[in-house]
Structure formats: C-alpha cells, structure tokens
Design a protein around this ligand. Structure first.
Ligand code: NAD
Length: 447
C-alpha cells in the first residue's frame, strides 16, 4: 500500500491526508470543491486547527501531498465526505452516493476502501455491494472494504489521530486486515478489530450516549432554574458522590456529530430508541429556554427604565476554543435574539474574524468593550479567553451563565457563613426563575 486517496478535504479528511503523508504514504486529497483544492495547494489550510499550517506546508513542499478536484487511482481510498441529516431528521447520504461511482471508476484489484464518514448501520455493506456490482471485483478477495469511524476532537485532531484507539470494522476478515495496514502506519494506540456493522453502531452509540448525558444535565438545569437554584452547584455537589459523574449543562448541543448521529439510530431503530429521541428533543429545546430567560430579563430591565438593554453574547461556536459554527446553539440563540428591536445585541466571539461576524450581526465587540457596555451578559460558550473575566468588575450587571463560565466551585467544607439559603436573593440564577409556559410560548413565536 503506497498511494492513498482521501476523498473529502474537510475537518476530518484534510488532517488525515496530512498525517498519512507525514507517515510515508504518497497522498492525494480529492475534493469536489475546486476553490478549496486551490486554497489547499496554495498552503491555505482552510480549517482552523493547531499546527495545521506548518504541517500542510511541510507535506506540500516535500511533494508528499497534493489536493486535486479530479480523482486519481490509489491503493487505498479513505472516504471522509459529509453525512448530515435532512429536514425530517433522516440521514443525508447523498455525498457518499455521489462519491461511490467516482470511486468505482478508479478501483483495481487489491485496493482498499475505508469509509470514515459517520453512517447509519448497514451503509458500509451497501457501499461494498455497490462497488462490487460496478467493478466486478469480489469484496474480500479482490477489493477490501471497511468502516473506521473517526472520533477526533476538533482542536486536538492531529494528536488524537495518532493517540486515539481506533475501531476497524471490515466487511470480511480480509478487509479488516487490509484496513489495519493503513492505520498501523501512524496510530500509536490500540486498533480494535470487528465487523463493519458493529463499527458503525459503536460510533453512533458513543455520540448518543454523550447526547443523553448532556440532556440529563440540561434537565437538571431546567429544574434548578425553575426554583432559583444554581444548577452548577447542584451538579458539582451531586458529583461528590463516588459513583456519580454528571456533565455540566450548556446552552444546547451543536456540531455535526452529537446533534446529528443519534437521529441515525432513531431512523434505523424507531421502536428501541425512545430515550435517544427524548434526549435529542430536550437538547434541541435548550436554546429556546435560554432565549426565554434572556427575554424575561430584558423585560425586567425595561421595567427598571432601561429602554433598550444591551445584551452581550459571549461565544458563538458550538463548543469552546474552536472556530466552528456548524449547528451551533449559541449562534441560533444570537440570531433569534437579534430579531428583537427592544434590545441591542453585542456579539463577542474571539475565534472568528470580526469581518465575518459583521456580515451576520450589527454590533461585534471585543471582550472588554462588551463587558463595559452590556446590561445583561449571556455566557454561552466557555472559551479559555473568557475565563479571565474579573467578576468583581461586572457585579452590577445581570449575568446569565448557561455554561458555568463564571461559576466558582463550592469548596465550603468548614465555613457556612457565606451560604445562600432558598429562596436566595443573590445567587446567579435566583431572580431568573422561569416558568416552562414562557419557554413554550417563546418556541411558538419562532416556529
Ligand atoms: N468534524 C468532526 O469533528 C468529525 C468527527 C467525527 C466524524 N466526523 C464525520 O466525518 C465526516 C466528514 O466530516 P467533516 O467534518 O470532515 O466534513 P466537512 O464538511 O468539513 O468536509 C467534507 C468535505 O467533503 C467534500 N466533498 C463532498 N462531497 C464530496 C465528494 N463526492 N467527493 C469528494 N469530496 C467531497 C466537501 O467539499 C468538503 O470539503 C462526516 O461523516 C462527519 O460526520 C466528523
């Protein structure tokens, strides 16, 4: 196996192609987007990821890698095209099925095809059947097809590509062994071998498990808000139990994995996935709860003669310390709030260029400007830069912290003098008690 073709040069495909090139393969990256191909070949990494600029430069300069908009022959093909869902929450596999005929046209005896895109259970088998029928190459003898789900964390992709354990699921045992040869070249961790269908399900179960855990935290938060308690304290103290480990609530679930993948299981297993579906709905509702609480505070301030309160949104990306806005609940919240003329929205997102944000929002501010001007501070994303905020300087502002950004852990084991007792008047959330009716009516307004 000398030459590798990576199909799809996005968040997954480009770093994978670069790593494969670094570890000695001759790599060609194929993408249907000519503009993206040109940028990559001009040393522009197109995505933000630590070290990518230097690494791309190195493999391009040494001719170990090139991008192309015309697919080429290779010994091993890695498919890393998007697999979003459609409006009705069904998997959109159109990118995979557009890639498949192009791939079939390139295949020769002995080639390896690895589907890395996240797919519903059974898709790799369908792909293998399609490729066999188009090429007359027998899968398992002449052609080796496997699914190897990708589990890297944006922001740490290069280290995780090497250090994470991998699941390699083959259509046949021979397919597993052939796919293993590719990953063995650069993965330092364990390679777990299985069949393709199990590998598909493993990936979907991993992300669904995370979604359910986040939904639980968000339900705890909703209950806590409704009686004026701080959910971060409730969860922190519950986690003092040796066998309890609750996640922190957030302003919702975003990105292209956790908010998407559970629907692939719901689609395939409608009768066995009620918990997954509920979790999805709970997490999807969270941005509307955030909007409802914010609205109630805008109304409160208006009653206190601040005619048009300034609301500062801290963070827009779908999780901390990245530049990715895909399916971001924080972005959704900001966009919905920007429609209200009775408040002034200030946007602070240090991971995105001001000019890009100014295409979407009227007032883009630095952290300092925002903190000075705001009446209400909405903490949506726990970016590292925000952790330096000195809460003493913003004590007089209304802070709505939905991600635990400013929460100070409760380490009081001795002195009870400073404790708040219910109904507390000065905890972060005590005066933003919300009625679920408010949330429902907010949702109706947007639907
Ligand atoms: N981004 C992540 O953190 C992550 C993590 C785990 C799994 N995944 C999965 O990996 C897959 C790829 O995700 P991504 O985030 O890299 O997507 P992306 O949108 O960043 O990139 C996909 C690229 O594929 C290209 N493309 C589309 N159709 C093509 C075709 N037929 N042939 C060649 N190129 C084509 C697009 O132009 C784009 O450049 C998805 O299935 C996703 O669910 C992503």
């Amino acid at each position: 196996m000398k030459k590798v073709c990576v199909m799809g040069l996005g968040y997954i495909g480009l770093p994978t192609a670069i790593i494969a090139a670094e570890y000695g393969f001759e790599v060609v990256g194929f993408d249907i987007d000519q503009h993206r191909v040109d940028r990559i070949n001009s040393y522009d990494p197109v995505i933000q990821e630590p070290e990518i600029f230097e690494k791309l430069g190195y493999v391009l300069t040494n001719c170990q890698f090139k991008a192309t908009a015309t697919i080429e022959q290779a010994d091993c093909f890695i498919i890393a095209v998007p697999t979003p869902f459609k409006e009705e929450k069904k998997a959109d596999l159109s990118y995979v099925w557009k890639a498949a005929p192009l791939l079939a046209g390139m295949l020769k005896k002995g080639d390896v095809v690895i589907l890395e895109s996240t797919v519903p259970v059974g898709t790799t088998q369908q792909l293998a059947d399609f490729l066999q029928s188009k090429t007359q190459l027998a899968v398992g003898q002449d052609l080796f097809v496997a699914h190897c789900p990708e589990r890297v964390l944006p922001g740490k992709i290069f280290s995780e590509l090497i250090e994470n354990p991998r699941i390699i699921g083959g259509i046949t045992p021979q397919s597993v062994n052939q796919a293993k040869k590719f990953y063995k070249q650069f993965v330092k961790s364990q390679l777990y071998l299985t069949n393709a269908t199990t590998a598909e399900m493993v990936k979907l179960v991993e992300n669904s498990s995370r979604d359910v855990e986040i939904a639980f935290a968000n339900q705890v938060a909703a209950m806590a808000y409704s009686v004026g308690l701080n959910p971060f304290e409730v969860i922190e103290l519950a986690n003092k139990h040796p066998r309890v480990d609750i996640l922190n609530p957030s302003c919702g679930v975003g990105g292209h994995c956790i908010a998407v993948d559970p629907w692939f299981l719901v689609e395939t297993f409608p009768d066995q996935s009620k918990l997954l579906k509920s979790a999805r709905l709970i997490n999807d509702e969270k941005p509307f709860q955030v909007i409802a609480i914010t609205r109630s505070w805008v109304n409160n301030l208006q009653k206190q003669n601040i005619a048009r309160p300034k609301v500062l949104v801290l963070g827009l990306t779908y999780k901390p310390d990245i530049d990715d806005l895909r399916e971001s609940p924080a972005l959704l919240i900001a966009q919905k709030l920007s429609k209200y003329s009775d408040l002034e929205l200030l946007i602070c997102e240090p991971h995105l260029e001001h000019s890009k944000l100014q295409n979407i929002f009227d007032h883009v501010v630095s952290l300092q400007e925002g903190l000075e001007q705001a009446d209400i501070i909405l903490c949506l994303v726990k970016h590292s830069q925000f952790k330096a905020i000195n809460t003493n300087n913003i004590e007089h502002k209304k802070i709505l912290d939905f991600c635990g950004l400013l929460y100070k852990p409760n380490n009081r084991t001795i002195n009870a003098d400073e404790l708040m007792f219910w109904p507390a008047s000065s905890t972060l959330f005590s005066d933003s008690v919300i009625l679920m009716d408010d949330v429902t009516s907010q949702k109706e307004n947007f639907s």
